[in-house]
Design a protein. Structure first.
Length: 149
């Protein structure tokens, strides 16, 4: 079967006949067996897809059965909601409402446990619905802004 899989704004076309075994451990935590490899992941529903964490990184993913072209998929999914991956204090907001940003550009700096984390844009686009300001405490997965392509 063929699928479109978008990971952090990058689109992949996947054709796979490899068996995948997924087992639920608890709410939102799963084991995934693919071709003899095992992962333990947490998966949470987000406004614009799913948030997958593997203990090292957080990924924003969208999966759709490939019934159209790459362009059709991209038109249907032309924005990314930016959420805080950690609870912390917003040290600096590096963008403004309406500003054009590029994929990989730092949007916000959040400090947690004396470490500064740059939250980057997963896509090229324009900043919309900016909900965060410097000095504000944010919670895990709190909505910060939307990037529209």
């Amino acid at each position: 079967m063929k699928y479109w899989v978008e990971v952090d704004g990058e689109l992949f076309e996947i054709q796979s006949d490899v068996p995948v075994e997924v087992n639920r451990l608890t709410d939102g935590v799963f084991t995934v067996h693919i071709a003899g490899r095992l992962w333990v992941v947490s998966l949470e529903e987000g406004q614009d897809g799913m948030i997958l964490e593997d203990g090292r990184r957080q990924y924003h993913i969208r999966i759709q059965r490939a019934v159209g072209s790459r362009e059709t998929f991209q038109k249907q999914h032309s924005h990314a909601d930016i959420r805080s991956p950690i609870p912390g204090l917003v040290v600096e907001v590096l963008v403004e409402e309406g500003q054009r940003v590029e994929k990989g550009q730092s949007l916000v700096i959040i400090e947690a446990m004396k470490m500064r984390n740059h939250i980057k844009s997963p896509i090229d686009g324009v900043v919309r619905d900016l909900k965060v300001s410097g000095g504000k405490a944010v919670g895990m997965r709190e909505f910060l802004m939307r990037i529209e392509s």
